[in-house]
Design a protein around this ligand. Structure first.
Ligand SMILES: Nc1nc2c(ncn2[C@@H]2O[C@H](COP(=O)(O)OP(=O)(O)OP(=O)(O)O)[C@@H](O)[C@H]2O)c(=O)[nH]1
Ligand SMILES: [Mg+2]
Length: 301
């Protein structure tokens, strides 16, 4: 008998949600950086464990939103949790029960309902094992978790156990995706995300939070390669200069890194063309949100 269902990964920004999803799926379907607020929308990745199909829903980190974009991201994360069969709350071992974790637990009290919530204490490679006992005890006293896992999403510790347990919690029924499908995200969005990852890794301070990337055109070529045109929207002229870099060095490096990753992902040659456009109002344009997979009206506040 087959089973299938949704598992939402929630937690503070940087908790390791996307890293865990990629490991579960066995491919990089969600971008990862060392910076907070990398993931902007719900991203589905599919894993198979025995007869179970587990659809992981990677979500944006939960934090106190300030801007419209932040509010839309946080709303997308909570709705991911509300739609899931099982929720996994990820907490960073070395940070413990922060104010942010405390706020998430308060909200879980409201929206958790009778949905099982598992606790995954992540980044255990960063702490001494003594720390873990106290932390899991503290968290389990605070919330009635269905199960606790000590994991390192990056190194892989504990991930198998978590995957097996999740598989056992999937409702009986037919699989939700064809067995060879690993992600449910349009290719042009995956491609835009790859470029945004490379930009986020290279740009400093607030800049990554003030840009968005869209794939404008995707052309299949006769020789089997793809020509992909993307636009990077920034808020100000000054930002454009920084994204381009001295003699265009920055954008060239970003384009090269994104293209290499895309070629690996697609298994064929890619010609990637990046263009930077100044658009002072993009953070308030509904179309930018729908391109990102977000609900514009969620940002009202
Ligand atoms: N040491 C260590 N680092 C980890 C582990 N898991 C993730 N990381 C790192 O933590 C950082 C954040 O990882 P992400 O997967 O992007 O975190 P996220 O929760 O998706 O973050 P947002 O999308 O911003 O909410 C990256 O630098 C990861 O390499 C882990 O188990 N151990
Ligand atoms: Mg993420």
């Amino acid at each position: 008998m087959t089973s299938a269902g949704f598992v939402a990964l929630i937690g503070e920004p940087n908790a390791g949600k996307s890293t865990l999803m990629n490991r579960m799926v066995g491919a990089k379907v969600s971008i990862v950086t060392h910076k907070v607020q990398t993931t902007r929308t719900r991203i589905r990745g599919v894993a198979i464990e025995g007869d179970a199909q587990i659809v992981f829903v990677d979500t944006p980190g939960l934090f106190q939103p300030r801007r419209r974009l932040d509010r839309a991201m946080v709303a997308a994360a909570w709705s991911g949790a509300a739609d899931a069969d099982v929720v996994v709350l990820m907490v960073e071992a070395h940070r413990g029960v922060t104010e942010g974790v405390e706020r998430i637990l308060e909200r879980l009290d409201e929206v958790g309902g009778d949905r099982p919530v598992a606790l995954a204490v992540n980044k255990i490679d960063r702490v001494k094992s003594e720390v873990l006992l106290g932390l899991t005890k503290q968290l389990n006293e605070r919330y009635d978790f269905a199960q606790t896992f000590l994991i390192s999403a990056e190194k892989g510790h504990g991930v198998e156990d978590l995957r097996k347990w999740l598989a056992s919690r999937m409702p009986e029924g037919p699989w939700l995706y064809p067995e060879d499908q690993i992600a449910d995200l349009p290719m042009r969005m995956i491609a835009a995300e790859m470029t945004r990852e490379k930009l986020t890794l290279r740009l400093h301070q607030e800049l990554p939070y003030q840009l968005t990337v869209e794939t404008e055109n995707w052309e299949e070529r006769k020789d089997g390669s793809a020509r992909i045109d993307q636009v990077i929207y920034v808020l100000r002229d000054g930002h454009k200069g920084i994204v381009l870099g001295n003699k265009g060095e920055t954008i060239k490096a970003v384009g090269r890194a994104a293209r290499e990753e895309l070629e690996e992902f697609l298994g064929r040659r890619v010609h990637l063309f990046l263009q930077v456009k100044v658009r002072s109002g993009w953070l308030d344009e509904a179309e930018r949100y729908s391109e990102m997979g977000l609900d514009f009206s969620d940002g009202n506040g």
